[in-house]
Design a protein around this ligand. Structure first.
Ligand SMILES: Cc1ncc(C[n+]2csc(CCOP(=O)(O)OP(=O)(O)O)c2C)c(N)n1
Ligand code: SF4
Length: 287
């Protein structure tokens, strides 16, 4: 008997930016001909994380902030899968911030989509690491994912899209998926995806985005120049979008196995050989 999995409809508010992320994800996967059985989508907790319920692929809903280690494990365990991780700015820049830094540094072949709405949507409107000006009464300086990504030496693919510009977002997501499929490592795509209910940033972001893809002098393979340009844009109150940085170097999986691809080493990484250990761990959690 064949079981067909039909994704449910999203539960998001009308006008939520996350619809645009879901649309771009479906469009890019279809354009590249990546089938549902070749795709695994893992997500964090948040309105953003619920995208996992609505994409026809293998799925896993991780604990809040913990999606990246789990996604890295999936990519290492089954290199034939296209592994996509997704979550919000609370998930990825607050509780999961350390994991993001190390995922950039490690460069395993995973696409990470961080849906930035500058607020905690699911828990009803608290300040997030990117809120900046007050959602709550107290404002502090916002984290900038682009500056952070450029500052980590391991970063190989860094981009920022905006759900308002569906074609650009689709293009960036396709490029990011190609990077991951070619085993070039970790692709970090931050998407400006406004929360229309608790912090409607559409008007502000509409006025401030600056697309570096449209600048013929912008060189996404020059980290230093990218830093200067994006920092200058930030200080002018602009938000850089587009392909910010791209570099070719071996991914973590290639580095891990390059010195030893003997059957013993490959077998040590084969999850089928560890089912007894997994069973023992699961037993410990039985009441
Ligand atoms: C360990 C843990 N801490 C806190 C929470 C509560 N919590 C659930 S979602 C969330 C933040 C959601 O914001 P974000 O990640 O930005 O996603 P959004 O809902 O805005 O898409 C928080 C704090 C939780 N579920 N687990
Ligand atoms: S609360 Fe905000 S982030 Fe959550 S579904 Fe509604 S608009 Fe989207």
């Amino acid at each position: 008997m064949t079981t067909t999995y039909t994704p449910t409809n999203p539960v998001w508010c009308s006008g939520c930016g996350h619809y645009g992320v879901k649309g771009a994800m479906e469009r890019s996967l279809a354009q590249l001909g990546i089938a549902p059985h070749e795709t695994m989508l893992l997500t964090g907790i948040g309105c953003s994380g619920s995208v996992q319920n609505n994409i026809n692929a293998y799925g896993y809903h991780s604990m809040h902030g913990r999606v990246l280690p789990t996604a890295t494990g999936a990519a290492l365990a089954n290199p034939e899968l296209t592994v996509i991780a997704a979550g919000g700015d609370g998930d990825g820049y607050a509780i999961g911030g350390g994991h993001l830094v190390h995922a950039l540094k490690r460069n395993a072949s995973v696409l990470y989509i961080l849906m930035n709405n500058a607020v905690y949507g699911l828990t009803k409107g608290q300040n997030s690491p990117t809120s900046g000006t007050a959602v709550d009464a107290v404002a502090d300086a916002p984290i900038d994912g682009v500056s952070m990504g450029l500052a980590i030496p391991g970063t190989t693919f860094l981009a920022r899209g905006f759900t308002r510009d569906a074609d650009q977002l689709n293009d960036l997501m396709t490029k990011a998926l190609e990077h991951v499929r070619a085993k070039k490592g970790f692709a970090f795509l931050e998407v400006l995806s406004p929360c229309v209910t608790y912090n409607d940033t559409f008007p502000d972001w509409d006025a401030r985005v600056h697309n570096v893809d449209a600048d013929p002098d912008y060189a996404p393979n020059d980290r230093g120049a990218a830093f200067v340009k994006t920092m200058n844009l930030n200080s002018e109150g602009k938000i850089p979008t587009g392909l910010i940085y791209h570099e070719d170097r071996p991914c973590f999986e290639a580095e891990l196995l390059k010195n030893d691809t003997s059957p013993a080493q490959l077998s040590a990484h084969d999850p089928k050989n560890h089912l007894d250990k997994l069973q023992a761990v699961m037993e410990r959690y039985h009441m």
